[in-house]
Design a protein around this ligand. Structure first.
Ligand SMILES: Cc1cc2nc3c(=O)[nH]c(=O)nc-3n(C[C@H](O)[C@H](O)[C@H](O)COP(=O)(O)OP(=O)(O)OC[C@H]3O[C@@H](n4cnc5c(N)ncnc54)[C@H](O)[C@@H]3O)c2cc1C
Length: 512
């Protein structure tokens, strides 16, 4: 990227961060402008017997439901699984927000979320094409609403006080709680619990939406099938929050990324639901942009499992390093997922099926202390173990010593790493007896950046760029926000931002 483009990105980042600060000063953030509506009484009066349909109970669907119920709209949420939460409930590193009171450093010192997002996406930055302009608006929304997102969740009782810096971020901004509950579970369970107290909210699990239907050019209902096998219809505007297709190995993934055949996945098997929307004319984009996460655990007790447990990105962010089977570092671990994955897959491939590489994730006591709730769980599951550094071999000992010199600021890191999280082992303390925590990791299919085209109002667009009336999409089912690479922590954020916007737009639609 040219210096001019980088300067432009930084200027836009500064502008977005400053507007966000201004909004906070004006006390707008807990109820951002795009989410504010008419008075409660009017919404109540005009919303009688009005029902909104949400498909999918991950964070995007729940955020939309919460927004609708707060405006006294009845919501029926249809979910194919027996339990709510989708992949959102599995999220383990956290959710991004900037600026927030939990971030380290002076207030409002993080001004680069927008430029980090655009830079990591790999999308050529140019306002000349309509397509780029639309992406920029989506990223603008994502970043602008991120501070309010953390406030909103914290007010609901979610603990998000710890902040880590993940790969591709130039500042710590991924929030999680201090206790043992992973962030995805805390967020989802808090929202579900709150929604279930509302008489306006109904959730039907074990029900698959099979078609979205239009009448007079407008979406006005869905067809769905529950466990009894009977086809039913439900009328109302529809918010589609059905998640991605990283678990659809033989369907959408095989169509758009046949080269990923044989890779393990961090996601359980589940068909992608984008076809529900393409059947009514929705446009798709970036479908080949699939994120392969560089670090999924290879479970020594179940070496060849095609579904892997994710080694949370925060382990690298908090200071963890990666070693090849030769005991060498081969990449700056703080690079984006794409760069780290490319570096791993350039190493020799093992002979096992699924395709997996032999890489060790190594942490010290400092990292352990700051990620102990995650680490204790991984150790309990047998995915990591505590050992003496000497067990990793002579070359690994030399590599760790070198890493300690860089983390202590005594030498520049040869791979360009400048942030070492809470790594605390000092160069003069490193010996074969030093305690480390180790687990084998390999790349796994994780997240799909592509999906249906939406605009900044979460409206679903057709092939000519026109909105399809009566339907909105939010979360991983939509494409375009992350381009070719999603930053860790930005998916949950995307669900909150575009789920809330979709909910707000449906309130507006029903009040017309
Ligand atoms: C292991 C793991 C760890 C992760 N960690 C993080 C993290 O730390 N931070 C972060 O930002 N992101 C993380 N992600 C990504 C993030 O969790 C998801 O991408 C995101 O939460 C997607 O949310 P969603 O609401 O769009 O979809 P989901 O949460 O996947 O929910 C979609 C729901 O829709 C349902 N559904 C689908 N089709 C239909 C249909 N036809 N009818 C009815 N129901 C349907 C599904 O069953 C599902 O419950 C992680 C992902 C995984 C797998």
């Amino acid at each position: 990227m040219s210096r001019r483009k980088i300067l432009t990105l930084i200027c836009i980042s500064l502008f977005i961060a400053l507007s966000s600060i201004l909004l906070r000063q004006l006390n707008f953030t807990s109820s951002p402008p795009s989410f504010s509506f008419q008075t409660k009484s009017k919404a109540k009066m005009s919303s009688e017997a009005k029902i909104a349909i949400i498909v999918g109970s991950g964070l995007a669907g729940l955020s939309a439901a919460s927004t609708l119920v707060a405006k006294e709209i009845h919501v029926t949420l249809l979910e194919r699984s027996p339990k709510p939460g989708g992949n959102s409930i599995k999220a383990s590193s956290g959710i991004n927000g900037a600026p927030t009171k939990f971030q380290p450093g002076p207030p409002f010192s993080d001004l680069f979320f927008y430029s980090d997002t655009i830079t990591s996406s790999g999308v050529a930055f140019s306002s000349s094409s309509g397509e780029d302009r639309r992406r920029e608006k989506l990223v603008g929304k994502l970043v602008n609403e991120s501070s309010g997102c953390i406030d909103w969740l914290v007010k609901k009782g979610v603990d998000l006080r710890l902040v880590a810096q993940l790969g591709g971020h130039s500042f710590p901004r991924t929030h999680r709680g201090a206790g043992k509950t992973p962030p995805g579970f805390s967020i989802v369970s808090t929202l579900v619990k709150e929604l279930k107290t509302s008489p306006l909210f109904t959730i039907q699990t074990g029900c698959v939406v099979t078609r979205i239907l239009k009448e007079g050019g407008k979406v006005d209902r869905v067809e769905f099938v529950c466990e009894d096998g009977e086809k039913k219809e439900l009328r109302g505007p529809v918010i589609v929050a059905t998640g991605g297709f990283a678990g659809d190995a033989n369907g959408l993934l095989a169509t758009y990324r046949p080269d990923l055949a044989g890779y393990p996945s961090t996601n359980d098997a589940r068909p992608g639901s984008q076809p529900l929307l393409t059947e009514i004319g929705a446009q798709l984009l970036d479908m080949a942009e699939v994120q392969v996460h560089p670090t999924a655990f290879v479970d020594p007790k179940d070496l060849l499992s095609p579904v892997k447990f994710l080694a949370a990105e925060l382990l690298r962010g908090e200071g963890g390093l990666l070693l090849s089977d030769k005991g060498r570092r081969f990449v700056n671990e703080m690079q984006t997922r794409k760069v780290v994955t490319d570096a791993v897959t350039a190493l020799p491939l093992g002979e096992e099926t699924p395709k997996q590489w032999d890489v060790q994730l190594v942490l010290d006591e400092g990292v352990y202390k700051n990620a102990s709730s995650h680490m204790d769980f991984y150790i309990f599951k047998g995915l990591m173990h505590k050992c003496a550094l000497s067990e990793l071999g002579e070359e690994a000992l030399r590599t760790v010593k070198q890493y300690c010199l860089a983390s202590a600021g005594e030498e520049e890191d040869k791979l360009g790493r400048t942030y070492f999280g809470h790594w605390e082992l000092k160069p003069d303390e490193v010996s074969g007896g030093s305690v480390v925590y180790v687990g084998r990791v390999t790349p796994a299919v994780h997240f799909t950046m592509g999906g249906v085209v939406i605009n900044e109002k979460s409206e679903v667009l057709d092939a000519s760029g026109e909105k399809i009336e009566g339907v909105w999409a939010a979360g991983e089912v939509a494409g375009g926000v992350h381009g070719g690479n999603r930053l860790g922590g930005s998916s949950l954020l995307e669900c909150y931002v575009f789920g809330r916007i979709a909910g707000s737009e449906v309130v507006r639609y029903l009040d017309l």
